[in-house]
Design a protein around this ligand. Sequence first.
Ligand code: SF4
Ligand code: SF4
Length: 186
Amino acid sequence: MSHSEHHIERNSLAYSIEKSVEVTAQKCYQCGKCSAGCPVADEMDLPPSMVLRLLQTEDLANDEKVLRSHSIWLCVTCEMCLSRCPMEIDIPSMMDFLRQKSRSEKKVNPKAKNIIAFHKSFLNSIRFTGRLYELGLILDYKRQSLNMTQDISLAPKMISRGKLHLFPGMIKGKAQMARIFKKTSK
Ligand code: SF4
Ligand code: SF4
């Protein structure tokens, strides 16, 4: 929390973010590590570091770009960015807030329609713990949101490339994970 340090404009998206999820966009110094580590950055219209850059401008047109972006819906909350950020900027929480805001202001990117259907049916109903949940999310996301038009094997490839780690918390849920794999690869 650092409202006083940054003199953030009260009508800016950066201000709402700081107020709601205590993420200070101004702390980002654009090193790019978040985008470099993000497993879905290649598919994003605005990689995470760019979202932060736009927010830093506190320009309403840029705020609009962020809220209307496809990226905020592509983020799978894997926390890779957060683990790499030297400033510990909680991008996943920020993305979550941006999705809510985008919905409430009816600015959802048209390409995100299927993702939202998925968020409703999957994210809200199934709450696994830790990264196990995230892995299932990526697989189901690929299956449901892209209607099989994109490479369904993206998640397993990310794992093999080391971009998506199986964290210790996941090991407990191996059987559950196997079931998710089975279910989603049908
Ligand atoms: S890793 Fe952190 S400091 Fe670097 S660009 Fe991303 S958010 Fe900014
Ligand atoms: S939490 Fe979202 S933005 Fe961060 S690395 Fe994962 S997918 Fe990318």
